[in-house]
Write a protein that binds this ligand. Structure first.
Ligand SMILES: Cc1ncc(COP(=O)(O)O)c(C=O)c1O
Length: 439
């Protein structure tokens, strides 16, 4: 029997592994984002900008583990750092010099960050930042942008996927996980991205009940639509007036600039959350902030107001790979990613035009999202797919996989320094062909 290396092939090794996985993992997976229909593609190895799957098929990786691999796969400097750290012992219930070095880099680059507290994921970073803001203000409630993803902490995932039937006029606080307590919904205020007037009214109504306003300057879920300058000014002014802390989530957005997305957008936060690229492909998270804001983590005057710990926190492997990765991210490397991102958005838009299919490309820096409609997009609701758009998006995602290009299931891409303009041009050609064939 000849086995095709293309996917999905019911006789492939990926299909076989998925059958095995279903017997021991719920739904056969460990992570929802890895699921594609009819079965996930199992990775064998990564080489720079390419992933080779267990059936030997090579694809251009434009997803980079959801924006965590800014240098692509197995970059030599990063792997050397990992090997050296692991040889010396991978974790200790003692601090190591590696955590100081990575914190020094973040403090030197990000002007609002005087102190850093590490953890193990972006979810944890957001949770710790929200708890820190509560400890600092003595208030319980938080505010977040409708549709923005900030990980799995109950409060942060409110209104992650509201739909027209439940999203309300002003955004309702909509449960994401079944069983999430009503108290969580009551303590989470939701406001629309970039609607300055409505957001200001909602935030001021919540007033001094709010510990924190949690923002992402270009939320990934609905296409990395940058915050407008007016919106940023409003957030700063309202946070100041009501005495709430600003938390900027740079778990992804840190890839937008050497001094952080906050410098690019003119945001002066109290807290910043980090993860993904600061681990260089190994698990990590961190909260940074001003000395005053971060003092809630400190034990120097007795029990910290916001105690934090974690068995693998600041382990020297993640700290060393993070440092190696971030040192390679020079201002020139950021500029090159920005240029590649602009080229990708242009090439993808041209593909839609040449194929005569309605669609658009949004994004900023080295990231972009494809949408299968032409309606102006400013926020979660205007990006929301209607009619057959979601089904067509899924078909496009699968066809691109078959053509050798890995995007996220929501058709997002996060570019890496391992990619070339030639890779982007190949992607543009494939996109045009797929759009043409799908009509
Ligand atoms: C903006 C943002 N915040 C937080 C998270 C959660 O990070 P993690 O997956 O490391 O828990 C993510 C993950 O994609 C994210 O995109």
């Amino acid at each position: 029997m000849s086995i095709s290396t293309t996917w999905p092939n019911r006789n492939s090794r990926s299909a076989e592994l998925y059958e095995r996985a279903k017997a021991v993992l719920p739904g056969g997976i460990s992570r929802l984002q890895t699921l594609v229909d009819p079965f996930p593609i199992y990775a064998e190895r990564g080489e720079g900008a390419t992933i080779v799957d267990v059936d030997g098929t090579r694809r251009l990786d434009m997803m980079n583990n959801f924006a965590s691999l800014i240098h692509g796969h197995a970059r030599a400097e990063v792997i050397d750092a990992a090997a050296q750290a692991a040889r010396n012992g991978s974790c200790f219930a003692m601090p190591t010099e590696a955590e100081i070095a990575l914190a020094e880099l973040l403090c030197a680059r990000i002007s609002s960050v005087d102190r850093v507290r590490f953890c193990n994921s972006g979810t944890e970073a957001v949770m710790l930042a929200l708890k820190a803001a509560r400890a600092r203000t003595g208030r319980a409630r938080i505010a977040k942008i409708e549709g923005a993803y900030h990980g799995m902490y109950d409060y942060a995932e409110v209104s992650l996927d509201p739909a027209p039937h439940n999203w309300g006029n002003d955004p309702n606080s909509v449960r994401f996980a079944t069983g999430s307590p009503q108290a969580v919904l009551d303590d989470t205020v939701v406001f629309p991205h970039n609607d300055t007037e409505a957001a200001e009214r909602i935030l001021r109504d919540a007033g001094d009940s709010l510990a924190a306003i949690l923002i992402d300057p270009a939320p990934g879920v609905f296409g990395m639509i940058p915050m407008t300058p007016e919106f940023v000014v409003m957030i700063q002014r309202v946070a100041h007036d009501i005495g709430a802390s600003i938390i900027i989530d740079e778990v992804i957005a840190l890839r937008l600039g050497y001094h952080g997305a906050q410098a690019k957008f003119g945001i002066e936060p109290d807290y910043t959350t980090f993860a993904k690229i600061i681990g260089g492909g190994f698990p990590v998270g961190a909260v940074g902030g001003t000395e005053d804001a971060m003092s809630v983590f400190s034990h120097e005057r007795g029990k910290p107001l916001n105690p934090s710990s974690g068995t693998f926190t600041a382990n020297p492997v993640s700290m060393s790979t993070g440092l190696a990765t971030m040192e390679l991210m020079t201002p020139e490397a950021y500029a090159a990613l920005d240029a590649m991102g602009a080229h990708a958005r242009m090439v993808a838009a041209q593909a839609f035009q040449a194929a005569g299919v309605e669609g658009q490309v949004t994004g900023v820096g080295g990231m972009f999202t494809i949408h299968l409609h032409g309606r102006p997009i400013t926020d979660y609701r205007s990006a929301y797919p209607i009619g057959d758009e979601a089904a067509r998006g899924k078909a496009l995602h699968l066809a691109l996989l078959e053509a050798g290009f890995i995007m996220s299931p929501r058709l997002s891409a996060f570019l890496s320094t391992a990619m070339t303009f030639n890779d982007i041009d190949r992607f543009g050609t494939a996109l045009e062909a797929v759009l043409q064939s799908q009509g």
